[in-house]
Design a protein around this ligand. Structure first.
Ligand code: FAD
Length: 453
């Protein structure tokens, strides 16, 4: 250990005592907070930035990936479907007509049930949504450390403009994306480096013309993708252009590289008919740190899970393989009252990649929030929770616990030999690829046609 300094022990004010605290206001945290509130808990949501949505808004990932299996079966109901509708409440959307009214099934050849959205209207709609649902949101506040009593988290210490204060609760949901709470509370975790990407909105006369011709605002203002596209195969983390999102050094390196890409792009394209409109204000880390829970989602595992809290899909597969996520993937025996939600739940290898898609994050958020409210009400540990009761509540709230009829035959495309891996994106994204063997290539971007990506 390098040089250290001892900080004097002192009393800090307790700002609030409540039933459930959710750390992190990404879409998983929003879902957890709303679900807990709908089940009668008093909920406080702690968010370090000043907007809700996390990667989906701050990080410019404004592409809500499909919630159907690509063969006409809706897989996600509940909040995973509802939050898609919230994101597009005041925004243009790209929900296909066949899914417009949210049916359970649509013709087999229907386009995928997904949508792009614009970020500012989504941010405002999320604000309105959580207010209507009675969630108490505390922005501009960073969780820093848990207050422990044995294996129970009694409260959290946060930092904000008021200084260092504490929030106490019966049950906690860690939706920080990076497992900050579960890690600091002593749970086992796994970390992974992330490839560098940089998405932003841009505008030029060609895109505007296309948008006007097609009457489509989303096409008029396309997303630009700089940096690497995930291969979907293990090994991305060994590429040169990767950073560790769980350290300050890694985060700063990511920001430096990705912003360098953007500046480079801008210098090359700055002209009277071009405008770079936005930049992400959160580093676009895909997977950083996750809980090693009591159980986990396995890409090659069983399909039927008795303790399932909902179905998730390998969204980009056509048709999409449907998995069931175990309740035990949200908890660990090392902590009695903390659940994981979102891109940091317990899932191995490619299973982790499935769990980070937005609909899966929202699904685990809803499950974690509902479980937290039940545990707070029953005054029981998460290990003692009545999982059947949790499942009953989730089903009442529109979650599909087990694989819908007709989806059993969906073949896992990535398990097929030589199957092409579709790039991770929705429509209206222009891709720009940086070759990995071009380390200085951060400065030497080169366009590669879509078919090579
Ligand atoms: C480049 C890229 C492209 C992607 N493409 C797609 C796509 O096309 N479609 C798709 O569905 N998914 C995509 N994903 C994945 C998806 O965007 C994310 O996995 C998902 O949005 C994560 O949601 P979350 O709520 O779990 O976490 P996050 O969105 O990361 O939210 C975590 C929240 O916690 C807050 N927070 C963190 N630490 C603290 C702390 N200590 N104290 C207080 N608050 C804290 C953060 O500010 C943030 O608001 C992509 C991801 C990336 C990076």
């Amino acid at each position: 250990m390098g040089k250290t300094v001892r900080i004097e022990e002192r009393d800090i004010p307790v700002v609030r005592e409540t039933d459930v605290i959710v750390v992190g206001g990404g879409l998983a945290g929003v879902a957890a907070a709303v679900a807990a509130s709908r089940h009668g808990a008093r909920v406080t949501l702690i968010e370090k930035s000043i907007v809700l949505g996390g990667l989906a808004t701050l990080g410019h990932v404004c592409v809500y990936l499909p919630i159907d299996d690509g063969r006409g079966h809706k897989i996600y109901g509940g909040l995973a479907e509802e939050l898609m509708r919230v994101c597009v409440r005041y925004s243009q959307d790209s929900i296909p007509e066949q899914w417009r009214d949210g049916p359970d099934t649509a013709p087999e050849d229907s386009p995928r049930y997904m949508s792009n959205f614009f970020i500012p209207p989504a941010v405002l709609a999320l604000d309105e949504f959580v207010q209507q649902e009675g969630v108490d949101v505390v922005f501009d506040t960073v969780f820093s450390e848990p207050i422990m009593e044995g294996n129970t988290v009694k409260g959290i210490v946060v930092e904000n403009k008021s200084g260092r204060t504490a929030y106490m609760a019966k049950v906690f949901v860690d939706a920080s994306g990076d497992a900050d709470l579960v890690y600091r509370a002593g749970a086992e975790t796994e970390t992974l480096k992330t490839i560098v990407s940089h998405w932003f909105h841009e505008l030029d006369f060609d895109a505007m013309k296309k948008g006007i011709e097609e009457g489509d605002m989303l096409k008029a203002v396309p997303l630009r993708w700089l940096g690497l596209v995930p291969s979907g195969q293990a090994g991305d983390e060994n590429m040169e252009l990767t950073c560790d999102g769980t350290t300050s050094e890694g985060v700063n390196e990511y920001i430096r590289i990705s912003r360098g890409l953007a500046l480079d792009w801008l210098k090359k394209h700055q002209r009277p008919d071009y405008a770079m409109l936005t930049l992400p204000f959160m580093p676009q880390f895909r997977m950083t740190r996750r809980l090693i829970g009591k159980d986990e989602l396995r890409y090659d595992g069983e399909y039927h899970i008795e303790s399932s809290v909902g179905c998730v899909i390998a969204s980009l597969d056509e048709p999409a393989t449907v998995y069931e996520f175990p309740y035990e993937g949200l908890i660990t025996d090392l902590l009695s009252n903390v659940l994981a939600a979102g891109r940091m739940v317990s899932a191995e290898g490619r299973g982790w990649a499935i769990m980070r898609f937005i609909p899966a994050c929202v699904l685990t958020g809803q499950a974690a929030g509902t479980a937290a409210a039940l545990a707070a009400k029953e005054n029981c540990s998460l290990q003692e929770l009545d999982v059947k009761e949790l499942q009953r509540q989730l089903e009442n709230d529109g979650v599909k616990l087990h694989r819908p009829k007709g989806t059993e035959g969906n073949v896992p495309a990535r398990r097929r030999r030589g199957a092409a891996v579709p790039p991770e994106c929705g429509p209206q994204i222009n891709r720009f690829y940086v070759r990995t063997d071009d380390r200085d290539g951060i400065r030497q971007n080169q366009d590669i046609p879509d078919e090579h990506v």
